[in-house]
Design a protein around this ligand. Structure first.
Ligand code: ATP
Ligand code: MG
Length: 440
């Protein structure tokens, strides 16, 4: 009997006033709509299992509601948040998805993909999924949705620790190949003499030491996905065989002339520039074009804005599930440093720092020192890669000075800085400037 997956409601919490046409389109696309037209005194209630997105509609929003909005959204920073209307600069660096107005069917479908994405799926939250709501990560998720159902090779690029393997797994899980094997191979770690036999298998007696027939990783992945990590390290002769798998869907075990048909989707990853490897003759050009059909770029963590804190919280929560530790959150110094640090090791570095801090930290809130971020940020500044740090500090000083000059009047401050009021509120939030307390 076929198992019908349980379809949980898809819910849009609309902070503002949708037009009748927008209501109609959402309903047609199967969305349940909850409208909060005045945020003062409102709260967002979530039913377990709902797939939820929050849409902040700035078209008719009162500036005086900013604090209420912030209060309303604060506890729900893990929900995908979209912005409709309002000035463009309001979203810069904020990790919000800016939508065109009025909301049209295309965008509604895009939103459905985002909330349906495994990671925002509250039922499946865990370390297996890609955490992040920043604009670059929403773009990654949208690409995964597009790529998953098409049976073409995908080339995943990105710096070390950005989640290339995680994305490859997500792609497999979201495709019709889920339930079939996902096999990850680090091409750089295979001994050069054994690459062929590891990947394509060998017959008994094919070479000294081949005492029995062996099935290769490609055959083992039949029906599923093979993830070829560090593809740039694949020796040239194995590249030739891989090309054949991609072109013809067949392979031969080492020591055999018998052709075996296989059905494997190839996802390859690299953190070296493959184009350059091609130019230098270290990588076959024809193979490169076969692999680079769909490209998925994993953005560096330093470009993911608020995701850093979201990921830090996520990793701490996951660690707390396994271990008894006091730490249950991050203090202001930690949050500042999480933002300021350049994350050369990306998400993996963050994961390791959070785990370490959770162990060494004696108090309930992890501080910057436990994350070992004080020193490295200072050192980075000295060495010139702390530019971001310096910029952030300068930005904070500039906004604070202008706020003072404007008597902490947001409209006046916005006028002087030639930005919108929304931007002033955003900057205050970013730099932890509490308008209320500054005024007194
Ligand atoms: N968006 C994310 N959400 C949650 N965990 C993540 C995310 N991205 C990466 N991770 C975690 O960070 C670690 C590094 O990710 P992964 O191994 O996929 O990176 P990679 O790009 O393949 O790294 P490398 O280039 O070093 O092979 C893993 O533990 C992974 O689970
Ligand atoms: Mg990897």
């Amino acid at each position: 009997m076929a198992v019908v997956p349980e379809i949980r409601p898809r819910c849009m919490i609309w902070l503002g006033q949708p037009t009748p046409r927008e209501r109609e389109l959402l309903a047609a696309a199967g969305w349940e709509l909850r409208v909060i037209d005045d945020p003062r005194g409102a709260r967002i209630g979530l039913r377990g299992g709902d797939r939820v997105a929050v849409l902040l509609d700035l078209r008719g929003a009162e500036p005086a509601w900013a604090d209420a909005m912030r209060g309303l959204l604060g506890p729900h920073s893990d929900l995908p948040l979209m912005l409709l209307g309002g000035p463009r600069e309001a979203t810069r660096g904020e990790g919000l998805l800016q939508l065109r107005e009025p909301l049209d069917l295309d965008q509604i479908q895009q939103l459905a993909q985002i909330v349906d994405g495994g990671c925002q799926d509250h039922g499946r939250a865990g370390t297996d999924c890609l955490v992040g709501n920043s604009a670059p990560m929403l773009a990654v998720r949208a690409a995964l949705y597009k790529f998953a159902p098409v049976d073409l090779p995908v080339l995943v690029t990105g710096e070390t620790g950005t989640g290339k393997e995680l994305a490859a797994r997500a792609l497999h899980e979201m495709s019709s190949r889920r339930g079939r094997p996902f096999i990850a191979v680090n091409c750089g770690a295979l001994p050069a003499t054994l690459v062929q036999s590891e990947l394509f298998g060998h017959e008994k007696g094919a070479f000294t030491g081949a005492t029995a027939r062996r099935i290769g990783l490609f055959e083992a992945a039949d029906g599923g996905t093979i993830f070829l990590d560090e593809i740039g390290d694949l020796p040239l002769d194995a590249q030739t065989n891989l090309l054949r798998v991609l072109q013809e869907g067949t392979l031969e075990r080492v020591g055999s002339h018998h052709t075996i048909r296989i059905d494997v989707r190839v996802v390859a990853a690299t953190h070296v520039d493959l184009e350059e490897a091609v130019a230098q003759g270290r990588f076959r050009e024809d193979l490169f074009y076969r692999l680079d059909v769909l490209r998925l770029h994993m953005p560096p963590l330093r470009e993911r804005g608020d995701d850093v804190e979201l990921l830090a919280k996520h990793f701490l929560a996951a660690f707390r599930e396994q271990h008894r530790v006091r730490a249950r959150g991050f203090d202001a110094s930690a949050r500042r440093q999480l933002r300021a640090h350049a994350w050369p090791g990306n998400v993996r570095e963050l994961l390791n720092r959070v785990r370490r801090a959770a162990v060494v930290c004696e108090s309930e809130l992890i501080d910057a020192a436990s994350l070992q971020l004080h020193e490295s940020a200072a050192a980075a500044a000295v060495h010139g890669d702390g530019l971001d740090d310096v910029r952030v500090q300068a930005e904070r000083e500039a906004i604070l000075a202008t706020l003072r000059e404007s008597g902490f009047n947001v409209s006046e401050c916005a006028r002087r800085l030639r930005v919108s009021r929304v931007t002033v509120y955003r900057l205050c939030r970013k730099h932890q400037l509490e308008l209320e307390s500054l005024r007194t």
